[in-house]
Design a protein around this ligand. Structure first.
Ligand code: FES
Length: 99
């Protein structure tokens, strides 16, 4: 059974996403405004994941999996490591040997 709403408040994540976007609400403000998360709290990590990813339907996931999903959503592109950049070095100058 997919997770797609705060069951206690009967508010679908899709509606929560729209409320957050329309009212420019962050996580805490969204919970305060809607009352989601104030009963059993099971929806809280899913709402965080929804805000991080834009997804509104989730399989049942462990808190660790949800945390990983949130971190993945915000992980910036890795920057190239200057130490490992392969700047071509100039080849040693070859001196022409005369025979
Ligand atoms: S499912 Fe949202 S508070 Fe219970």
């Amino acid at each position: 059974m997919p997770i797609d709403r705060c069951v206690c408040r009967q508010i679908p994540f899709e509606e929560l996403r729209d409320i957050a976007a329309d009212e420019s609400l962050g996580f805490e403000a969204l919970l305060d405004t809607t009352g989601c998360g104030s009963s059993c709290g099971l929806c809280v990590p899913y709402i965080q994941a929804m805000l991080a990813t834009g997804r509104t339907t989730f399989p049942v996931m462990s808190p660790r999996e949800l945390e990983r999903m949130c971190k993945g959503a915000h992980t910036p592109e890795p920057k190239p490591d200057p130490a490992s950049s392969s700047v071509p070095r100039s080849a040693p100058s070859s001196t022409s040997k005369q025979s």
